[in-house]
Design a protein around this ligand. Sequence first.
Ligand code: ZN
Length: 263
Amino acid sequence: MTLRLTSEQIERYGRQIMIPDLGGKTQIRLLQGSVLVIGAGGLGSPAAFYLAAAGIGTLGLVDSDRVELSNLQRQILHSTEDIGRQKVQSAREKLHRLNPEVEIRVYPVRLGDDNASELIASYDFVIDGSDNFATKFLINDIAVSLGKPFSHAGIMRLQGQTMTVIPGKSACYRCLFNDPPAPGEILNCQQAGILGAVAGTIGSIQAAEAIKYFAGMEEELLVGRLLIYDAKTVEFRTVEVSRNPRCRACGKAQEESKATSIV
Ligand code: ZN
């Protein structure tokens, strides 16, 4: 399908169209593209806001929670008057107000074994904005098995981390952390705390990675390295992450069994 940008679109997206790495071609790809944002919380809020602002064609939002007062310090898609509403409904309203051109699909469900494959398969790129290890491993394993690119992220206190995964080409989340930690071994945001601005920084990086993916900037993506941001020391550092041949998600054995099943 060939699409021409309207004069209104050229005006709305002009400041990013004029970036040489992006241009009108990327804008058309964005308008035809789809991103699934899992979690409409601290990471999903900035990620979804910037993707909607940039003109992504279809944005899917998965979250089963309702807005609580304690969410508002970081989950900027939601406002005080939204307390008690479904997060995906509150999010849809804000995103539609920002850019009515974006098709927003909402899934007020918890991502699980029963729905993850179908949801993830329907989108071009996935943003992991989840807040627990079980979901992070589930997103990784399903996305890797479907060959779906995604952005991983995690945040706690004054620190955040993120990495982009291109299945078959770069290390996956399970190459980095073999297995989920035992329950209680690592604190989550609810127990440890999180600064909203840190979630904002990391979620914005995830949105930028998705946009770069649609721009075809594969070489420049945050793949094969984990970015760690420390707001306390104001340091960004990256740690190289190699593919683990014995990885249970993307390792050699998995690829071979996939090849056999195709034959
Ligand atoms: Zn792996």
